[in-house]
Design a protein around this ligand. Sequence first.
Ligand SMILES: *[C@@H]1O[C@H](CO)[C@@H](O)[C@H](O)[C@H]1NC(C)=O
Ligand SMILES: *[C@@H]1O[C@H](CO)[C@@H](O)[C@H](O)[C@H]1NC(C)=O
Ligand SMILES: *[C@@H]1O[C@H](CO)[C@@H](O)[C@H](O)[C@H]1NC(C)=O
Ligand SMILES: *[C@@H]1O[C@H](CO)[C@@H](O)[C@H](O)[C@H]1NC(C)=O
Ligand SMILES: *[C@@H]1O[C@H](CO)[C@@H](O)[C@H](O)[C@H]1NC(C)=O
Length: 188
Amino acid sequence: MHVLQSLILGIPAVIAGSPILVERAPTSPFALFAYGDGIGGAPVFTDGDGAYIGQVTSLNDSEAAQVEFNAGTDNTLLANPNTTTTGNTPTWSNLTFIVPDTTSSSHKVEFTNSTTTGDRSGTGFVFYGEFLLHKSTDGDLKAMWYAVPSGQDNVWTLNWNSTDDDTEGKVIVTLKATPPSRGADKNP
Ligand SMILES: *[C@@H]1O[C@H](CO)[C@@H](O)[C@H](O)[C@H]1NC(C)=O
Ligand SMILES: *[C@@H]1O[C@H](CO)[C@@H](O)[C@H](O)[C@H]1NC(C)=O
Ligand SMILES: *[C@@H]1O[C@H](CO)[C@@H](O)[C@H](O)[C@H]1NC(C)=O
Ligand SMILES: *[C@@H]1O[C@H](CO)[C@@H](O)[C@H](O)[C@H]1NC(C)=O
Ligand SMILES: *[C@@H]1O[C@H](CO)[C@@H](O)[C@H](O)[C@H]1NC(C)=O
């Protein structure tokens, strides 16, 4: 299946030896939004550690804020709090966005202030059109984002690689730098 079609349908996509055109992230700070079945453009946020999507205020955590991403060297994504929606002033800043690498059995997407990422990868985030992909060390481009209900209303944890994850209610999502269009269903 063509990668774009896979992404639109929300099917985790793997592009081997990709000759396709990918782009660096936007040069100015940007937010990321998740789209999937029942998820119509939920912003990515963090408490300074875990990655979440949905309504930041529902987490009821003074460290929680929507993320303002900046592209760094080696296609890293650096995170700072966008305090507009909550008025919180979190203590974290300039965190690195990381996903589990191909050798990891973890599903957690996280934000870290450490320079050593272990079996996680903080480099190789590129866009294919509007879609955020990750290029692994073996050179494959992948989009394996999915969301799992967090237990809080309107909040999901943002995960990576749903293989072997049987969690009920998981939803395959795509991540885009484009907010939901005005007038569209913004739920949640
Ligand atoms: C910060 O949040 C506000 C309110 O949600 C939004 O309008 C703005 O685009 C965000 N800025 C970035 C860089 O994400
Ligand atoms: C939010 O946190 C405060 C302080 O910890 C607590 O009193 C309140 O009940 C919490 N609200 C919700 C909806 O969890
Ligand atoms: C942010 O983090 C990156 C990567 O860890 C580092 O290279 C950069 O100097 C940091 N920027 C600031 C303003 O601390
Ligand atoms: C996805 O997870 C499975 C099971 O943990 C692992 O074997 C596989 O290498 C992972 N795939 C990628 C592309 O990370
Ligand atoms: C990184 O985060 C940990 C845990 O939140 C904190 O203890 C540590 O001081 C932080 N390090 C830096 C360099 O900010």
